[in-house]
Design a protein around this ligand. Structure first.
Ligand code: NAD
Ligand code: TDX
Length: 339
């Protein structure tokens, strides 16, 4: 049988590992090469269900390493690329932006050049709704909304999107860009809102809510995002952009209260802290295009999925305790002390 030979970058992170586990659990027509630098956010424990599979291989390496990337394309005869690899956390991009531009911009360029050289059949750039900037109280981001990124993170992602689309336009590289809203689910690194609040609540620590807590994010369960990526991989049209979202707009404070309620912890744990600089007020995504053109739709209800996610963190203490006992402690102190 002919395998689809797919290079997945950043496959040891939260979304990439879920994508690999998902794809390998149901398909045997794919061969996956996972190239990941294993930064603080990369964790091979996330890939336990896939590691012994014959159609899976892991390579520790950096997407900015031109020589290595070319070696990987050549050795595995890569025909499909899904670029998840990124520095992904807005707060870290505010503390130091350089690595964001290095990985997210230069790294994407290295992958695009190699994809051109090796004539890949598909290049999926995994992007974010944050490239559209911030919404007022009304309206939704569509694929036609002008880009207006506000943080070093989102500007690096917007740059990568434009680079990928320019390779489609100029060289005919079969590029597709997906832009998804905020993901949640198991194995999410506890720097992001939902896992951070769950873990702090379990540990009876303060829950640091930025500003007035009324910023709105549009939440999607990670597996729904990855089902959409699979749909785009199989049926997406080259040169197109697809927004992905599940229409679950929530105010941060309401998410935090829901977590406390589910864990039966008091609201007195909530602490309003200094706002994030440049904090985007509201994200909300219109995913009509992927629904009507490719037939994807989300299948996980928000309330069920968040309760299951909370349960997962309760049951998988050892996964996150290893994380918060190490280097992450230093980061937490830098970000939240004197806030
Ligand atoms: P993550 O931070 O959990 O994982 C990123 C992975 O990339 C890690 O395994 C890390 O080791 C790897 N990586 C980082 N730099 C690398 C480099 N130079 N070379 C190779 N590997 C490198 O991020 P995530 O939440 O899984 O996000 C994955 C992708 O999805 C990112 O591109 C992000 O911008 C995008 N995205 C995320 C969300 C979200 O809510 N988390 C929403 C929309 C889009
Ligand atoms: O301690 C916190 N307190 C708080 O109030 C943290 C970590 C966050 N927040 C707020 C900031 C945001 O309004 O919660 C909201 C969500 O924050 P994050 O989880 O950091 O996500 P966000 O900044 O919205 O970006 C995320 O969604 C889009 C991902 O990190 C990106 O990778 C993705 O592209």
């Amino acid at each position: 049988m002919e395998f689809k030979k797919i290079l997945i970058t950043g496959g040891a992170g939260f979304i990439g590992s879920n994508f690999i586990n998902h794809l390998l659990s149901k398909r045997d027509d794919v061969f996956i090469v996972n190239l990941d630098k294993l930064t603080y956010a990369g964790n091979l424990e996330n890939l336990k269900p896939s590691e012994a599979k014959k159609n899976y291989v892991f390579i520790k390496g950096d997407i900015t390493n031109n020589e290595l990337v070319n070696y990987v394309f050549n050795k595995y005869n890569i025909k499909y690329v899904i670029n998840f690899a990124a520095e992904s956390h807005v707060d870290r991009s505010i503390l130091g932006s350089e690595i964001f531009y290095r990985t997210n911009v230069i790294g994407t360029n290295v992958l695009l050049e190699a994809s051109r050289r090796f004539e890949v059949e598909k290049f999926l750039q995994i992007s974010t709704d944050e490239v559209y900037g911030s919404l007022g109280p009304n309206g939704l981001f569509t694929e036609k909304t002008p880009l207006a990124p506000n943080s070093p993170y989102s500007s690096s992602k917007a740059a990568a999107d434009l680079m990928a689309l320019s390779f489609s336009h100029t060289f005919g590289l079969p590029v597709i860009v997906t832009r998804c809203s905020n993901n949640f689910g198991p194995y999410q690194f506890p720097e992001k809102l939902i896992p951070l609040m769950i873990i702090n609540a379990i540990n009876d620590k303060k829950l640091p809510v930025y500003g007035d807590g009324l910023n709105v994010r549009d939440w999607i369960y990670v597996l729904d995002h990855n089902r959409a990526i699979e749909t785009v991989l199989d049926h997406g049209k080259n040169g197109e952009i697809y927004n992905i979202g599940a229409s679950n707009e929530k105010r941060n404070i309401d998410i935090v209260k829901l977590i406390l309620d589910k864990l039966q912890k008091p609201e007195s744990l909530i602490e309003f802290v200094k706002d994030r600089p440049g904090h985007d007020r509201r994200y909300a995504i219109d995913s009509t295009k992927i629904k009507s053109e490719l037939g994807w739709k989300p299948i996980f209800a928000f309330e069920d999925a968040i309760f299951e996610t909370i349960d997962w963190y309760i049951k998988n203490k050892s996964w996150w305790e290893r994380i918060i006992s190490g280097d992450y402690k230093k980061y937490y102190k830098t970000l939240y002390e004197n806030r």
